[in-house]
Write a protein that binds this ligand. Sequence first.
Ligand SMILES: [Fe+2]
Length: 287
Amino acid sequence: MNQDVIHPITTEVLQRLAHTPDSRMRELMTGLVRHLHAFACETRLTDAEWLEAIQFLTAVGQKCSDQRQEFILLSDVLGLSMVVTDMNHPTAEGCTESTVFGPFHVEGAPRFKAGDDIALGASGEPCWVQGRVLGQDGEAIPHASVDVWQADAEGFYDVQRADLQHLQARGVLETDAQGRFSFRSIVPEAYPVPTDGPVGGLLAATKRHPWRPAHLHFMISAPGYRKLITHVFRRGGEYLDSDVVFGVRDSLIGDWVHQAPGNAPDGSRFETPWWLLEFDFVLNVER
Ligand SMILES: [Fe+2]
């Protein structure tokens, strides 16, 4: 069949969907069926390939648990998550770009004061992170919630370590009257997404590496402003041009600057070499 010709079954399915009471659901289902059928026709999907796809999706579902979301991972590595993020969070002039949320955020992470060490024993080279949360006109945003989470030196998040009894390398801070925040932590390292499931098999079959470049996750919110979900990526790190989930934006690459032992910006001491990251975030006003 010519791929430009709509299959008669497609027409029939769309007719049956035409009475869906919820108009948005009708729109979504119509689009899904149209594209799904067109995909099958265009690629001349075989019986065996159809079955393999069903088995693959079944395996993706079976790999999911309270601690593991293989479907989000699938969406991420297919670039779908980033397309949806991009489309729904267009960056207003001068504002910080958004990127994927990822699967490792924990609700209710410990709260910290400015300058506290959020690593809580996580492995890695020490660093100091500071910046400001600003509005589009450069106004400081006080009392903004700055939720941060990251992987350790071995590329693992605390929630991936079954033997760990407490949270590490994550926390929630609040900006001061000048919109400033600061904390101690460890330098993030690149890490591979989990490859022991069907999505790992898909990456291998398509000769793709599973790595994400080193980054800090941030979720920043303040009354009157749109919530910002983003990362700061480490300049000079590996995989910046081939992030497995397509999350890198040039404007989100920050400089971790190496420092000799000495005083941190707040006057406290670093007895060993450390790294300084300074990064400001600009929030879009809520409309
Ligand atoms: Fe991450």
